[in-house]
Design a protein around this ligand. Structure first.
Ligand SMILES: C[S@@+](CC[C@H](N)C(=O)[O-])C[C@H]1O[C@@H](n2cnc3c(N)ncnc32)[C@H](O)[C@@H]1O
Length: 282
């Protein structure tokens, strides 16, 4: 089966560590939950028949919604073709700055919003999604004269995936999004990374994700685990994370990371994959 892959570049995207991640997937599960779905690298890789996906980022989740509707999908591709034709630095800032005027932004259709999100992702510096405290997208232009906003085979595969399967799309806080998870379901938690350095990128939304959020997430992990779900979590190998998950299985892996708050910082970092079930590395 040919599978789709993420159609947006997403900070913390899991494609680089996919092979390692796959080794820890439970053999069997009912519904797949991914409450921090981002670009959905693992979602597409597993392509489960029944899933609940969520992210606090409303613009991103609107793109997934648009992908599930026939007419919207066609119109989205038309708009993206148009944006590619009009692409320039001036055009980029015009599209980017629409959210500085709430009235104007609210007039956009859901398809225009989805096209804007994909276009900005491809035309902004490093494919970063970053907003200021007012929720305004503030990433500069990537200075490329020509861009491709989508790969048509991949977009079609993603569209078909959503058509053929039972996928619930939500846009709320992670704690709420996993409320329905039951015994036998598999929950993959991929939150913004914890960091021992202040400059790690974690401002995907205007709310940010600090230590308190990591602690709240660890409580949700425990609740899900007590309920009989299989739970897997990715994070950096920090002291806090090791303390929070000391009762579970912690597997250390190394990953090459491409996006950091300073785009020029790329390198190997230690990450952890934590599971509440035992899975021996093959
Ligand atoms: C590390 S990224 C996920 C990357 C994803 N696994 C991928 O492959 O692209 C973390 C995601 O968490 C989302 N997020 C941040 N705070 C959240 C919250 N409180 N509830 C739900 N999602 C949140 C961000 O918008 C971001 O997309």
């Amino acid at each position: 089966m040919i599978k789709a892959h993420p159609f947006v570049k997403w900070a913390g995207g899991k494609r680089q560590i996919m092979d390692k991640l796959k080794k820890f997937i439970p053999e069997e599960f009912n519904t797949y939950y991914e409450p921090f779905v981002g670009g959905g690298a693992l979602l597409f890789e597993l392509s489960p028949k029944k899933a609940v996906i969520n992210d606090e980022n409303s613009e991103l989740m609107n793109v997934y919604q648009v992908l599930t509707r026939d007419k919207d999908f066609e119109e989205l591709l038309k708009l993206l073709n148009n944006y590619e034709k009009n692409h320039s630095e001036e055009f980029y800032y015009r599209i980017r700055n629409i959210d500085k005027d709430q009235k104007k932004f609210n007039k956009l259709t859901r398809i225009e919003r989805a096209a804007r999100t994909i276009y900005l992702n491809k035309a902004c510096f490093n494919g970063l999604y970053r907003v200021n405290q007012k929720g305004e997208f503030n990433v500069p232009f990537n200075k490329k004269n020509k861009i491709n906003t989508y790969d048509s085979q991949n977009m079609t595969l993603a569209y078909v995936y959503f058509q053929l399967n039972d996928i619930t799309i939500r846009n709320e806080d992670f704690e709420q999004a996993v409320k329905g998870a039951k015994k036998g379901d598999f929950v993959y938690l991929d939150p913004p990374y914890d960091s021992e350095h202040e400059d790690t990128f974690n401002s995907y939304t205007e709310l940010g994700f600090g230590k308190q959020e990591q602690i709240r997430l660890a409580k949700v992990f425990k609740e899900l685990s007590d309920r009989g779900c299989c739970v897997m979590l990715s994070n950096h190998n920090t002291q806090l994370i090791n303390e929070l998950y000391k009762d579970y299985y912690i597997h250390v892996i190394t990953a090459k990371r491409a996006i950091n708050s300073k785009g020029n910082k790329r390198g190997k970092v230690e990450e952890v994959i934590i599971t509440n079930y035992e899975k021996k590395e093959e």
